[in-house]
Design a protein around this ligand. Structure first.
Ligand code: BGC
Length: 722
């Protein structure tokens, strides 16, 4: 026992604290191979293989990922800090995306809460739990702005709005980094994959890059994020993993980022497929000299770059800078002092309570005709659908160590509140059998209300899960129609990782509840909302189109010279479908009845450097207390007809006609009891500056409301246009 302690103390001393001078002298003692070794990152299958342990011993590995549990991280760390020549500790990475074992809502779902504090809390808890299993570094948050629901990775981000995306990015970085390092990814423009096809090319102007795709990365950098991950995609022919404009000019020179950049999985060797490198060595040279410090999974830096450095085709200074960034990160994390990082996970009860609360906030009520919801707990309820009694799919596409056995299914959640429940699966998620329809219809007939839980499998979104059709998979649509035909009122509960096309349901089903993939407390949180124990306050962070042909459809597009006009053929619209979405960005109902009035700006004219305060009066005229999740949007140009349609009336999104322009704004989140009135929110000065560039003149619009189609609007003159 005392011998073990003795060895541990010795180990810690050998891996002694690294001050700036120590790091310089450490670098000076490193061979070229050891330097390139620090830039090498490999995945393990749960534990390090004997070959990987040998690499660690030889100083040829800077970090490992997918090694979980102290029983697996400790032995290999011990090799690093006691058997390798320079005793440099390893980083242990993992994709802790929305939880380690305790799985929280997918990020797109959590973004529906419009609540950065919630995102910070779940990231903090996930980081703490992961740290207890030896993890020191997560590959999250994913902050790619996504406007195309075909792209499966839309599930991992915060949707289409760079402002909301920035708030969430910073919050998650703050949360994770209380315990482990965060990696903001994928730098940059990955969400613009053409046609929503995974890993596809992108074509992004510098302006769109700066206004739309980069702000969440900047917010993460400002929040102190330790690392960035370079993306798979190219941008107009220049791959992001060999893009000096992104990783050097913008990131390091403009933003003064001092952390390190890691490639995505084999994105260095993929430079050959992109056609910008003819050999592994050239791919490595391009990536490293562009500013990608660490090579994930290609093994090119460590295997193929030494000769190029020796022949001066890669300056040693480039290698040294990259190595120093990794060493500084290890110092900042405290690894030289404390390589084993023994940590304690938060209590399960705490994780569950947090998951339930945040899941409740993440649910979006899309339709509630004649106040079918909240449901009464008395009477017989039919619970139907392939996702109703399912414990695997609520974990979503990227659930790390999440386990189905930890999940409360929707059926369980409902049963915990209601006496008489009839359950029928009805169908599979994406098979073609209708054998279960009869039982589902029979259950619905005997019930006062049928709750149908439909949607996608968890792995139908996330990486490599692009879909070219956005309806309910398999025969679920037919199941929905068969159950609705019984005449029993239907509540459609959706589980999915992207916007779906819901035309039939929106026209025929009285109540629709979007739950995304909520994680371990999915069932309880869903039941809380269905029965009114939680008043829904979530808002869509992404637009739901009517038909696939409208994609990409998003609220913050630039003006057209010919705004849509039903009376003018030669205006920007379709001849066969409306231009408006089915559910716009920011849309979401509640059981309260909020009215918005009296929008005021603190000045009618302003200079771009001014801070403008916008105030609005929100009144809760409903019987239920609730949380107003307000979205303010500010923009320039003209709003066409209908911008104030549906004011104070949250029930008819499809009647509104608005031109979907504008820029991100602020978010408020205030709890209001019946009869309560509140006001005030603020548009910061940086917002005004961000809005104004050489391309923009004309009236500035401030708007506020529950969604893009239910807004109050106001003109303000901006002086000093750039
Ligand atoms: C994904 C990244 C992820 C990495 C490591 C890649 O395929 O694109 O988001 O962090 O794998 O697992």
């Amino acid at each position: 026992m005392s011998r073990v302690r003795h060895i541990l103390i010795l180990t810690i001393l050998l891996a002694a604290p690294a001050s700036a001078q120590n790091l310089d002298s450490l670098l000076a003692r490193m061979t070229l191979e050891e330097k390139l070794g620090q830039l090498n990152l490999l995945s393990a299958g749960g534990r390090a293989s004997p070959e990987q342990m040998q690499l660690v011993r030889a100083g040829k590995l800077g970090g490992l990922f997918n090694v979980m549990g102290a029983e697996n991280t400790t032995p290999v760390q011990r090799i690093a800090v006691s058997e390798s020549r320079l005793k440099i500790p390893l980083l242990f990475g993992l994709d802790v995306i929305h939880g380690y074992r305790a799985i929280f809502p997918i990020p797109l779902g959590e973004a529906s809460s419009f609540d950065p504090d919630a995102a910070e809390a779940t990231a903090r808890a996930a980081g703490q739990e992961a740290a207890a299993f030896g993890i020191s570094w997560t590959y999250a948050p994913m902050v790619d702005i996504a406007r195309d629901p075909r792209w499966g990775r839309i599930a991992e981000g915060s949707g289409e709005d760079p402002y909301l995306g920035s708030l969430m990015a910073a919050a998650r970085v703050r949360g994770f980094q209380q315990n482990i390092f965060a990696t903001v990814k994928h730098f940059a423009g990955y969400g613009a994959a053409e046609a929503g096809r995974e890993y596809n090319e992108t074509e992004i102007s510098e302006r769109t890059m700066r206004e739309l795709y980069l702000p969440p990365f900047k917010a993460a950098v400002d929040a102190g994020v330790a690392s960035l991950m370079s993306a798979f995609n190219d941008i107009a022919g220049v791959p992001a993993s060999a893009n000096a404009w992104l990783t050097d000019t913008v990131l390091r020179r403009e933003w003064k980022f001092s952390g390190f950049v890691v490639s995505d999985w084999t994105s260095v060797v993929e430079l050959i497929n992109h056609g910008v490198a003819g050999s592994q060595a050239e791919a490595g040279r391009r990536a490293l000299t562009a500013g990608v410090d660490m090579d994930m999974q290609s093994s090119i830096y460590v295997d193929s770059l030494a000769a190029l450095v020796r022949s001066n085709r890669i300056p040693m200074a480039v290698v040294d800078s990259a190595v120093m960034r990794i060493l500084r990160a290890k110092t900042r994390l405290g690894l030289f002092r404390d390589p084993y990082r023994a940590r304690t996970a938060p209590p399960t009860s705490e994780l569950r309570a947090l998951a339930r609360r945040v899941s409740g906030e993440s649910i979006v009520l899309l339709k509630n005709e004649r106040s079918l919801l909240p449901l009464d707990k008395a009477g017989t309820i039919a619970v139907i659908g392939p996702l109703a009694d399912n414990k695997e799919e609520p974990l979503g596409p990227w659930h790390t160590q999440g386990r189905a056995e930890d999940v409360v299914s929707v059926l369980q959640g409902i049963k915990s509140k209601v006496q008489t429940v009839l359950y029928a699966q009805g169908s599979g998620i994406d098979d073609t059998s209708k054998a279960g329809f009869a039982a589902a219809v029979a259950a619905a007939r005997q019930a006062k209300v049928a709750v149908l839980v439909l949607g996608e499998r968890g792995d139908m979104s996330g990486e490599a899960a692009s879909r070219a059709s956005l309806g309910l998979p398999g025969v679920q649509q037919q199941l929905l129609e068969a159950v609705a035909a019984t005449g029993t009122p239907v509540v459609l509960v959706l589980m999915n990782g992207r916007p779906l096309i819901l035309e039939w349901a929106s026209d025929h089903v009285p109540a629709i509840v979007e739950t995304w993939f909520l994680g371990i407390e999915a069932g309880n949180a869903t039941a809380d909302v269905l029965f009114g124990d939680v008043n829904p306050s979530g808002r869509l962070p992404v637009t739901f189109p009517r038909v696939l042909g409208q994609v990409p459809l998003y609220y913050n597009h630039r003006n057209t010279g010919r705004p849509p006009d039903p009376n003018n053929k030669f205006s920007s619209k379709y001849i066969d479908v409306p231009v408006t979405p089915r559910y716009p960005f920011g849309f979401g109902l509640s059981y309260s009845a909020f009215a918005y009035s009296n929008l005021k700006l603190s000045a009618a004219r302003a200079r771009v450097s001014d801070t403008i305060t916008a105030t609005v009066t929100v009144t809760n005229n409903g019987a239920a207390s609730g949380t107003v999740t307000g979205v303010s949007i500010s923009g320039t140009g003209q709003f066409t007809q209908g911008a104030d349609l549906g004011r104070g009336n949250e029930t008819s999104p499809d009647k509104a006609v608005s031109q979907e322009i504008g820029h991100p704004g602020c978010v408020v989140d205030v709890a209001l009891a019946t009869g309560d009135v509140t006001d005030v929110h603020r548009i910061g000065e940086d917002k005004l500056e961000a809005l104004v560039n050489e391309h923009i003149e004309g009236p500035f619009l401030g708007m506020f409301g529950p969604s893009k189609v239910h807004v109050l609007k106001l003109n303000m003159a901006l002086d000093e246009l750039k």
